[in-house]
Write a protein that binds this ligand. Structure first.
Ligand code: BES
Ligand code: MN
Ligand code: MN
Length: 463
């Protein structure tokens, strides 16, 4: 293991240069204009996987963006780790809010990253975190120190719902057979407070369209009598949350897992400062569901948020118009045991039922995702715990995250195995936002920690 760490130290600069090269490829999966670049990023990952020593490395075509696969089977009697990650990224918009171009990575120091952080779209989510796995693998291969079998499955559609990966997993369940899935696509609490993610929220996502009169009308001539779809949409949205920030859709909370008082108390032991939280976000207060702490509100409780809303006249100056249509994109984060399809149906029924007179509504559901929780009494969790304790010099804390990675629930369903979510980013790394970045400390810490996971996991499974 010392040789592996030495190899990593000796190749640090190149590891960073390679990540920069990957970050220069604008692999935005949501926008078809970037389809060629998404493929290029996949090809780059494939080439590096091959260079590192993976066998049977190939790009698998899908109805969307390709999946990168590669493996190293050292001995069928040893455990097999399936590494998952994604090489696609979110759109960089709003581009004018970036301090440097999103696909031209630069290193800058920040308060939380005094050693420097790499600024680029995808730096943390997930190119930087995914690429750590390739470099750890390279180091283990170079030093003939790979202790078990490994399979890599790196997709290009995580940010758009992983629908084709789902098909790929189901069709290739045998090829992908493994004992555990390992991924780094979440965060640690802080660089001096290591944590392991043991929960993800699910997702239900809908687009709504509210239609009033058949055309935009003069708001003086018709205003006062005709139902305004933007006003109606705002009223409908407002009515879906009460004064305690409880969602009012009938049945919405029916299946919500009730977390025990003891478990909640444990969760709240994680270091958290509300003052600091507010200061960082430049908000004078928070406004979550009554009766829960911020940590609980963002992990074990479901939520509803409007992600975008539009309609009417938004150009320069005033245009007195009573619009014909209003639109919104609405997301709901789900917790165990809420089912995304059931919640979607509850939303559709409720939203349709509360439409005021004079408007028609249409709801277009997107593909949803199941929540996931992972136990802490398994050898894989223990291996991650030991690996992080070793490299951070501190025991990691299990923590549920508020984000979603819908494919994680599917891994359990299709492969019958648990996932280890050993993320190394910080929540403040601005993923999905302008000026996304990833700490160099975090990048190297990940590369250093992953080989220890392989080692401890193999030891625990073979003893
Ligand atoms: N890596 C994130 C999810 C994440 C971030 C989990 C931080 C925990 C901490 C992932 O790429 C993501 O952005 N997921 C989407 C859902 C997806 C279906 C678009 C999300 O959470 O909004
Ligand atoms: Mn991600
Ligand atoms: Mn993401």
């Amino acid at each position: 293991m010392q040789a592996v760490q030495k190899y990593i130290s000796a190749n640090k600069d190149r590891f960073l240069e390679e990540l920069k090269e990957l970050l220069r490829i604008p692999s935005v999966s949501a926008d078809s204009a970037y389809a060629g670049d998404v493929r290029k990023a996949g090809e780059y990952v494939l080439a590096k996987l091959k260079e590192a020593g993976a066998d049977n490395a190939e790009l698998f075509e899908t109805a969307g963006h390709p999946i990168v696969y590669g493996e190293k089977m050292v001995d069928p009697s040893l455990p097999t780790i399936l590494v998952y990650g994604h090489y696609d990224v979110q759109p960089p918009d709003p581009i004018e809010l970036w301090d440097s171009p999103p696909f031209d990575p630069v290193i800058k120091k920040t308060r939380l990253h005094p050693d420097g952080a790499i600024f680029a779209r995808g730096a943390c989510d997930d190119k930087g975190q995914m690429y750590m796995h390739l470099k750890s693998f390279e180091a283990m291969m170079a030093e003939s120190a790979l202790p078990c079998n490994v399979k890599f499955m790196i997709e290009g559609e995580e940010e758009v719902g992983s629908e084709n990966l789902e098909i790929f997993c189901k069709e290739n369940a045998e090829k992908l057979a493994c004992d555990v899935v390992l991924l780094s696509d979440t965060s640690v609490i802080a660089n001096d407070v290591p944590s392991i993610t043991v929960g993800l929220r699910g997702l239900c996502y809908v687009e709504v369209e509210v239609t009033g009169p058949n055309i935009d009308l003069h708001s003086g001539v018709y205003g006062g009598a005709v139902s305004n779809p933007i006003n109606a949409l705002c009223e409908m949205i407002d009515s879906m949350m009460d004064e305690n920030r409880h969602i009012t859709i009938p049945g919405f909370y029916d299946d919500v897992e009730v977390v025990s008082i003891e478990d909640r108390a444990k969760m709240n032991e994680a270091p958290f400062s509300l003052d600091y939280y507010k200061k960082e976000l430049k908000v004078d207060d928070v406004r979550g569901e009554k009766g829960y702490t911020v940590l609980e509100q963002t992990s074990i409780r479901p939520t509803m948020d409007v992600n975008g809303i539009w309609g009417g006249y938004i150009g320069e100056g005033a245009k007195t118009v009573l619009p014909s249509k209003a639109f919104a994109k609405i997301s709901m984060r789900l917790v165990p045991n809420q089912h995304p399809d059931k919640i979607t149906q509850l939303f559709v029924d409720h939203f349709t039922s509360i439409a005021p007179a004079g408007v028609k509504v249409e709801v277009r559901p997107h593909h949803g995702g199941h929540p996931a929780v992972t136990p802490t009494d398994t050898s894989e969790y223990q291996a991650a715990h030991m690996a992080m304790e070793q490299t951070y010099g501190k025991e990691p804390i299990p923590q549920r995250s508020g984000g979603s990675i819908p494919i994680v629930a599917l891994f359990e369903e299709v492969f019958g195995v648990k996932s280890v979510m050993m993320g190394f980013g910080l929540d403040s790394d601005a993923i999905h936002s302008p000026n996304e970045h990833y700490g160099l400390f975090n990048y190297y810490k990940g590369i250093e920690t992953i080989p220890y996971f392989y080692k401890h996991y193999t030891d625990l499974k073979t003893k």
